[in-house]
Design a protein. Sequence first.
Length: 210
Amino acid sequence: MNALKTALFDGAIVAKRNLIKIKRVPDLLVFSTVQPIMFVLLFAYIFGSAIEIPGLSYREFLMGGIFVQTCVFGATITGAGLADDIKKGIIDRFRSLPMARSAVLVGRTTSDLLNNALVVVIMSLTGLVVGWRIRSSVLEALGGFALRYVAPKADLGKVHGTVIDHEAFVVVPLYHPAMARYGRRWTVTLRRDFKRLAGILEGGHRGPEN
């Protein structure tokens, strides 16, 4: 338990260091704040005027594509940041310190997660201004945002109950248990997915298929 606490504490310190770097480097700050607004406005008002969808608003489709694009671009920040630290000798300095080896990856992943969350919030607010609307509940929308971050091109209907490797951790997307209220088919699906999750937790494999 002490080792886990130490690893989490060290990871939090590295994450704080990475977030402070964003504030002090103008390029990273612009990428995190101005660029999301620019993308939404650019595609909504310049390219959007040339696209017509009968009976529907183009902005309803625009934001989904922008979210996927931004999450894919944001995923490259992790690799670029680690490569930059290696080039500048920061990783060698970390190795000489009495800190957990996992702290570098945990800290980098945590800081990038927080940064991408800020980007998504800014884009969502900009999208609401230009006419995009969330048609589902707030909980479903948050689940959609989370899935887009860990697997930008994934469809929950196809990846539920499976393992998705995401940088320093793995994710197992699941339907909300409340789906059981909508029929026996959903109950069977939930039971199968939770059996798979139990198998993953117990043995590190994908669990039973049926």
